[in-house]
Design a protein around this ligand. Structure first.
Ligand SMILES: Cc1cc2nc3c(=O)[nH]c(=O)nc-3n(C[C@H](O)[C@H](O)[C@H](O)COP(=O)(O)O)c2cc1C
Length: 487
């Protein structure tokens, strides 16, 4: 957390579970495990490896719709295990690591979500967290008897109301509501069980919840999003933000903005952990890591591949540069889309052609940033000894997101630089493919972070709140009782 709270800041690491890793072709590597995404024992093994690495939490993302097109961009999203079910299983086979479950308020009821999260928090003895998302795939509407997904305003309005009701449901039992006095026959103190009686724009909820108050009081709240509304929701409600930043500047701006908003909401801004996603491609040496990055990319299927009926890679029409925003749908993985994005026609080029200084100079800022990305990941540069090719640029375009390639020292340097610049409080670590990349991170990078005094060597707390340095919230009913007594 930041220095404002008086305590020294500490680095936090989440592990984000993707059944096939984050690299679009990672699952195709011969050494990758790509068929155990529904195997509870395997998911448990991963959580146990992350726990060995003293990660703060193991994180299940989620979406509520799918389609075959995900096979080219992200097979982990294509089909996935339901998070609460998997979380309930790993909860009993791990001891310390937090467990984050993603649930979208657009398609849940608050009562139902409060029960699930409270029950999970009981099952794992205070290690549960709920990641609030408003939904990345609008096709979910079609799976929930809705005619539309709703625009961002409608979804965030519902999410705001939703989370405040869920908190009141978690609080509907005071911590000492149970008496369980067999001699007198008194089981509970009815005065310590409170209805919610919420009537709002989206929900009418009477309460109380039928689950005892969660061990953490309120399970840790995460939030992932980018817009103004998302920032407000995160700054008001979240203990952890899953940020989308991929540069230190962006991370710093985002963090400063969130902390400013949190202060305006009357919160201690230092109590919010801002954790962007990060895929480290790591090996014992930098050279081996770069070879691994090239091997992964060589397995990417471009959209001109006849097996997928892709478009002609030579097709490029000057027009609005929207390709980068097409969420990697069909037609994204080819030179036409790259050309649109960098505003230079590269469609006639051979993939092995080096990029000359003239072409480099003609690229727009996005294209120049892609050159920097290639240089950082591979060491190749325009006019350098190991020349940067069209293929390199294309792969940097396709393998977006937050990727860093290097040896354990490089990865630790990268994490440290962000942390010390105030651009993040750590990261949500993702693996390009499984299992080897998670193991290598835990065996080589975590000890380096520990050696530098940046990361815990042992868990000091039992609950996720304790890992994150967060207090257990006082039940608002108990608070009301105390202030009444004081009068
Ligand atoms: C880092 C990050 C992670 C996200 N993870 C998920 C997810 O697991 N499931 C989901 O449905 N949406 C996810 N989203 C999408 C958000 O919930 C949200 O719908 C989307 O970002 C649009 O809202 P915005 O304009 O506020 O960003 C994620 C967004 C970000 C930035």
């Amino acid at each position: 957390m930041t220095a404002d709270s008086g305590a020294p800041r500490s680095l936090h690491l989440g592990y984000m579970y993707w059944s096939n890793g984050t690299h679009p072709a990672g699952w195709r590597l011969p050494e990758a495990v790509h068929d155990r995404g529904f195997d509870a024992r395997y998911i448990t093994e991963l959580a146990q490896i992350a726990e060995r690495g003293k990660f703060d939490f193991f994180f299940f993302g989620d979406r509520l719709a799918t389609g075959p097109e995900y096979q080219l961009s992200n097979t982990s999203v294509l089909s996935r295990i339901e998070p609460f079910t998997a979380a309930g299983y790993i909860a009993t086979l791990t001891r310390r690591i937090g467990i984050v479950v993603t649930a979208n308020p657009t398609y849940y009821e608050p009562f139902n979500l409060a029960r699930l999260t409270a029950s999970l928090d009981h099952i794992c003895a205070g290690r549960a967290s709920w990641n609030i998302v408003t939904g990345a795939d609008g096709r979910a509407a079609g799976n929930y008897s809705r005619s539309e997904h709703g625009d961002a305003t409608a979804r965030y309005d519902r999410a705001d109301e939703f989370v405040s009701v869920v908190r009141r449901l978690w609080d509907s039992w005071e911590d000492d509501a149970f008496i369980r006095d067999a001699a007198t026959g008194e089981f509970v103190d009815g005065d310590k069980i409170h209805p919610v009686n919420h009537v709002g724009a989206a929900f009418r909820i009477r309460g109380p919840l039928n689950v005892a108050r969660p061990p953490q009081g309120h399970p840790v709240v995460l939030h992932a999003g980018t817009s103004d509304r998302s920032r407000d929701l995160g700054a008001r409600e979240a203990d952890v933000l899953f940020a989308a930043a991929t540069t230190i500047e962006h991370g710093r701006d985002y963090s400063a903005d969130i902390r400013r908003r949190a202060a305006e909401f009357g919160r201690d801004p230092s109590r919010i952990a801002i954790l962007p996603g990060l895929t480290p491609i790591v090996a014992a040496t930098r050279q081996q890591a770069r070879v691994l990055y090239d091997r992964l990319n060589a397995l990417i299927i471009l959209d001109d591949d006849i097996r997928f009926g892709g478009r002609d890679p030579g097709h490029w029409t000057p027009g609005p540069a929207t390709a980068g925003r097409q969420a990697q749908g069909e037609g994204y993985r080819n030179l036409g889309a790259l050309s649109q994005r960098v505003r230079v026609d590269l469609t006639g080029a051979e993939l092995a052609d080096p990029i000359g200084p003239d072409t480099a100079a003609a690229l727009n800022p996005v294209g120049r940033a892609l050159l920097d990305t290639v240089a950082a990941r591979t060491g190749r540069s325009v006019g350098g000894q190991d020349p940067l090719t069209i293929r390199d640029l294309l792969y940097a375009h396709i393998v977006g997101g937050h990727v860093v390639v290097g040896d354990p020292n490089d990865i630790a340097d990268y994490i440290q630089a962000w942390f010390e610049a105030g651009a993040s409080d750590g990261f949500n670590i993702q693996s390009a493919f499984l299992t080897e990349q998670l193991e290598t991170f835990v065996e080589l990078v975590v000890p380096e972070l520990q050696r530098r005094g940046l990361f815990r060597r042992e868990y000091t707390g039992r609950t996720l709140r304790e890992h994150l340095g967060l207090e257990r919230p006082v039940n608002h009913w108990a608070q009301a009782d105390t202030s009444a007594e004081g009068r």
